[in-house]
Structures are given as structure tokens and as C-alpha cells.
Design a protein around this ligand. Structure first.
Ligand SMILES: *Cc1c(COP(=O)(O)O)cnc(C)c1O
Length: 394
């Protein structure tokens, strides 16, 4: 008997290990080759002109990029996936693939900040009309559709403030208007929420975060439903987007362990978030997996897990006390991005990023990424930083 690639499994852990690998078509090597390429040679002119050769030019794909695309499509239940050089490029590609001058785009007010900037600075310049909506107000959303509304952008939970938008209900409204539904699903990853199963057409991940998981690569993925994939693939080719093979390889390598990493991120985050919510100096914790947190019901209904990123609001204090708190942290690094193995903290400032809603919290908002360290160390770190905060606050 000769070994072949096994039948694809739908169980997530098996899928993460198997998807996009074909060892027995690749001299038996467990992982796909890292192919550095621009030129691809053809055996003869006839083949060159026929368009039938699988790989024709480095920019248009290699067995390395095909491996990651195949794995993400399997995980997302997608018709196909496009890879981009960053998460933000995945957002901009997805939007460009479905919008034209004169179209109207609806964007959740709580999306990732640079996404707004792309919509306001670039899409608007190309004649796309952009408006923002409150992700928690479905009646207002229904009223916001116009005859030229072509697409709606969603994100759950919202960036920085973790509002749980009802994705199935939003997608159902969009369907009535024949609008394409886009979702930034970086927080949950398709392991914990399946956008395409819930009515989304273009499911976006900043692979930089949990797919890569080690804070060393920037990459993005857009997985498409049947009706959105043709335009996505065309636009990806037309824009000339390409990801270097070493980065694709590291993303594939990260993907293999994403399941076990996410499980631990969630366990640690629940412990740290629970500890924070019992503190007198913390006004509230915005982590949808906590039973008392805003949006918990929707999270519980639609999501099968939570990742390691959440925010909490401190009691009102002068800015110096926020500096003292963040500067005192030892295990939590001060830095952008998240999704790596290590813990991070930032001072989240959503107020200037909101136009359809307002952010009027009296105290400062701290966003943390809970990494894979022992949560006892993380809690001790937060405790001593809160002592520095209290000493400065007076
Ligand atoms: C980080 C992030 C992005 C952008 O990803 P990059 O790879 O940094 O460009 C997009 N969406 C969300 C929700 C993010 O957190």
C-alpha cells in the first residue's frame, strides 16, 4: 500500500495539522518547500500560450503560497483565500475587490483605526461614499442602507472597546440589500468564529496576530465566499500583491500550533480578566468571554472561544498615573500589535476614532494582550503596577 494525503478532516485540531500539506507529493517532506521565485519556466511555447500551467510567475503564486491559501480556506470554509503583505492590506484588498466609484459603504464605528483611515483617505478619493454605523443598533443600521449601498464592513468584537456586533443579524439585513458583507475576524480567528458560515462574504484576518503567533512576521488573509471569490482573486492579481515565501512559510508554521496557543491564551486571559474585575481600582473589564461583560450573550451564542486580547477601564485619574501604571509593568511590554506568545499593554484612546457613537468613559482604557506566561506572574505584575498607579494618583 502506498501512503497518500489523508482525507481532509473537519475537526479543527486535525485540520490545523493537515491542511495545505501534501508530503507524499513532495518527496515525503512534512512541510512544503519554501520556493523563492520570479520566473517560472515552460516546457514549450504551446504550454506557455495555453494558460494551463499551474504556476506561471512568482507574483501569481507558488506551492508555498498555495499551501497557506489551501489551509486558510479549509479552516474558514471558503471558496478561496488571498494572501496580503499585512492585515491592513487584507482590509484594503477586500474593500477594493467589491467597491466602485459611486458605491456606498457602511463601516462599523468600532473597526480597527487604520481601516477608517483607508476608507476616509483612499476610498473617498476614488469616489466611494463612506458612512459609519453604531454596531449595536440594528434599527439604525437598517435605516442607513441606501440604494447604492454595495458593501458593509463589520468587526466583532470592536477594536479597543470590544462591542459584540450581531454578525448573523447584520448579514441578514445586508442580504436584503444584496450588499457584500466583510468582517475583520482577527480577534476570534476562524477557530472560534466562522464568518462565512454566519453570512459573511469576505473574512479578513491580520495573520500577523494569531496565525503567525510569534511577533516576527506581517501577513494578512482574505477568505471569500463563492459569490465574492472571483472578484477578490482578480483584484489581488490586478493590484500586484505578493507575500515573500519566508513569511508565508512562517505563517504556515504558526498555524500548526494556533489551536493549542489560543486555548492557553483564553485560559490565561480569563484568569487575568477575572482578577481585574474584582479590583476596586478597575471600573469595568471589556472581555466578552466574562459572564458579566457587555456582549457576553452574543459571544456565547456565536463564538466557540475567546482570544487573549481585552480592555479594562481604570478609575478616573490624572494622565501621570496612567504613565506610572504602564511604565511599572515588567512582563507586559509596551507595544503595538498582539497575538504573539508574549503579553503586551497599550493605552487605548478610542474617543477620536468614533463618529457614529461616542466614547465618554471617565477613566482611562488599558488594552492588554495576555500571553503564554504563567498567569500568576502576570497578575503579580499588574498588582505592583496598580500600586504605582495608586501612589501617583494620590
Ligand atoms: C493588527 C490588526 C490589523 C492590521 O494588521 P497588520 O498586520 O498590523 O496590518 C487589522 N485588524 C485588526 C483587528 C488588528 O488588530
Amino acid at each position: 500500500m502506498t501512503k497518500k494525503s489523508p482525507e481532509p478532516s473537519t475537526r479543527p485540531d486535525t485540520l490545523l495539522v493537515q491542511a495545505g500539506r501534501h508530503p507524499h507529493e513532495n518527496h515525503g517532506f512534512v512541510n512544503p518547500p519554501v520556493i523563492h521565485a520570479s520566473t517560472v519556466l515552460f516546457p514549450d511555447v504551446e504550454t506557455m500560450l495555453s494558460g494551463k500551467q499551474t504556476y506561471v510567475y512568482g507574483r501569481r503564486g507558488t506551492p508555498t503560497s498555495a499551501g497557506l491559501e489551501e489551509a486558510v480556506s479549509a479552516l474558514e470554509g471558503a471558496a478561496g483565500t488571498a494572501l496580503t503583505p499585512s492585515g491592513l492590506a487584507a482590509i484594503s484588498l477586500a474593500l477594493q475587490s467589491c467597491l466602485s466609484a459611486g458605491d456606498h459603504l457602511l463601516v462599523a464605528d468600532t473597526v480597527y483605526g487604520p481601516n477608517r483611515r483607508f476608507c476616509d483617505a483612499v476610498l473617498a478619493r476614488f469616489g466611494v461614499e463612506v458612512s459609519y454605523y453604531d454596531p449595536l443598533d440594528l434599527d439604525a443600521l437598517k435605516a442607513a442602507f441606501k440604494p447604492n449601498t454595495r458593501a458593509i464592513f463589520t468587526e466583532a468584537p470592536g477594536s479597543l472597546t470590544f462591542e459584540m456586533q450581531d454578525i448573523p443579524a447584520t448579514a441578514a439585513i445586508a442580504r436584503e440589500h444584496d450588499a457584500i458583507v466583510l468582517m475583520d475576524n482577527t480577534w476570534a480567528t476562524p477557530l472560534y468564529f466562522k464568518p462565512i458560515e454566519h453570512g459573511v462574504d469576505l473574512s479578513i484576518q491580520a495573520g500577523t496576530k494569531y496565525i503567525v503567533g510569534h511577533s516576527d512576521v506581517m501577513i494578512g488573509t482574505v477568505a471569500a465566499s463563492e459569490r465574492a471569490y472571483g472578484a477578490l482573486k482578480q483584484c489581488h492579481g490586478d493590484l500586484g500583491l505578493h507575500v515573500g515565501p519566508d513569511d508565508v512559510y512562517l505563517a504556515l508554521r504558526g498555524l500548526r500550533t494556533m489551536g493549542v496557543r489560543l486555548e492557553r491564551h483564553m485560559k490565561n486571559a480569563l484568569e487575568v480578566a477575572g482578577w481585574l474585575s474584582d479590583r476596586d481600582d478597575v471600573t469595568r473589564v471589556l472581555y466578552p468571554a466574562l459572564p458579566d461583560a457587555p456582549g457576553h450573550d452574543i459571544w456565547k451564542r456565536d463564538f466557540t472561544g475567546a482570544s487573549g486580547l481585552f480592555s479594562f477601564e481604570l478609575k478616573p485619574c490624572p494622565d501621570e498615573a496612567v504613565h506610572a501604571f504602564l511604565d511599572a509593568l515588567q512582563y507586559f511590554g509596551l507595544g503595538y500589535s498582539w497575538g504573539g506568545f508574549e503579553s503586551l499593554a497599550t493605552w487605548a484612546r478610542p474617543k477620536p476614532l468614533r463618529t457614529a457613537t461616542s466614547w465618554d468613559a471617565a477613566g482611562p482604557l488599558i488594552r492588554i494582550h495576555v500571553g503564554l506566561e504563567d498567569p500568576a506572574d502576570l497578575i503579580a505584575d499588574l498588582e505592583q503596577a496598580l500600586a504605582a498607579w495608586a501612589a501617583t494618583r494620590g
